[in-house]
Design a protein. Structure first.
Length: 65
């Protein structure tokens, strides 16, 4: 699933996002609004990992959709 489709289906995907990254809060998910760069930034912040690692996780998650 590409970034445009993720943004368009964000409300349906929020559960999967929170399942994958349990440290993200409802507020985090609301702020992200399907924006890939916002998702990467929030994962980086909550998990204390490098931006590249967060981007790899998001890319793997996208491929699994």
């Amino acid at each position: 699933m590409n970034s445009d489709r993720i943004a368009g289906n964000w409300k349906q995907l929020t559960g999967k996002v929170k399942e994958q990254w349990g440290k993200l809060t409802d507020d985090d998910v609301a702020v992200i609004e399907g924006k890939r760069d916002q998702l990467i930034g929030r994962i980086q912040e909550r998990y204390g990992i490098a931006k590249e690692k967060a981007a790899e996780q998001v890319a793997a998650w996208e491929r699994g959709l």
